[in-house]
Design a protein around this ligand. Structure first.
Ligand SMILES: [Fe+2]
Ligand SMILES: [Fe+2]
Length: 256
């Protein structure tokens, strides 16, 4: 029995592919087949696979049915969290999705799931991604301040959702947590900041407050984005990027 994670499958069996590079890129070409084969090799039905968002390019549920069926057919118990492209999934209507797809798929939103004595908590998260203005040397010299104010509001809302997930698990007696986000836990400015405030964000603070052992995130795909945020040990917990192309479509084992 093991816990695995991956994100950013960006399936498009029934929808318009908005990243045509997916069809030709060496890593992305036939990624559905590569991923399915890796899952069949690695996972058994005793295992749990957490898919951390950007499941489908489909905008409506009717455009995602084959994509969700593909996920349903993978071995093991599947838990899904939301990504920024998952337009088919209205957070407020998560109950309806669970009624339709459980027990094969569980849509995690404002809730938690258990794995052994761990609570799997999470939310989509949010990260300010610019626009940034660069100087002649390519260094960040400024950014769209209105966009940053909007981003702060989204971060605040996502932190409230994340806290709800932690609190529900805590109220049920859980003390060990694995935290899942779609967006990276820090943005570029937080990564570049110097001094004691470097690499701080509300998401990192919350992981530390509740003592999450691992923080799992995706969203950063394409090689230029792989190092946007934290990898490995940092202040007592472990951070893992699990975007599918970064993992070359091999789900990452999080726990035995
Ligand atoms: Fe993505
Ligand atoms: Fe994303």
């Amino acid at each position: 029995m093991a816990l695995y994670a991956i994100g950013d499958l960006h399936l498009h069996y029934q929808s318009v592919l908005k990243a045509p590079g997916q069809l030709h890129d060496r890593v992305w070409k036939n990624h559905e087949e590569k991923f399915r084969k890796n899952c069949e090799k690695l996972l058994t039905d005793e295992d749990t696979l957490v898919l951390v968002g950007d499941h489908s390019w489909g905008k409506k549920l009717a455009e995602c049915e084959t994509d969700l069926q593909y996920i349903r057919d993978l071995p093991g118990r599947k838990i899904l969290t939301r990504g920024n492209h998952d337009m088919f999934w209205d957070a407020k209507k998560t109950g309806q999705l669970n009624a339709m797809f459980q027990p094969e798929l569980t849509f995690l939103q404002d809730s938690y799931e258990s794995y052994r004595d761990y609570a799997l908590v999470g939310t989509k998260g949010f990260t300010f991604e610019g626009p940034f203005y660069l100087d002649r040397r390519g260094r960040i010299a400024g950014w769209d301040e209105e966009a940053e104010i909007r981003a702060r509001k989204l971060v605040k809302r996502e932190l409230e959702r994340l806290r709800k997930s932690f609190e529900l698990a805590k109220a049920d007696g859980f003390r060990k947590y694995i935290m899942f986000l779609h967006y990276p836990p820090t943005n570029i400015l937080e990564e570049l900041a110097k001094g004691p405030e470097a690499r701080r964000s509300g998401f990192i603070d919350m992981a530390e407050e509740y003592g999450a052992e691992q923080v799992i995130y995706a969203h950063c795909h394409g090689e230029s984005r792989f190092h946007d945020s934290i990898h490995g040990e940092y202040r007592g917990r472990t951070y893992h990027l699990v975007s599918g192309d970064f993992l070359r479509w091999k789900p990452l084992k999080i726990l035995d």
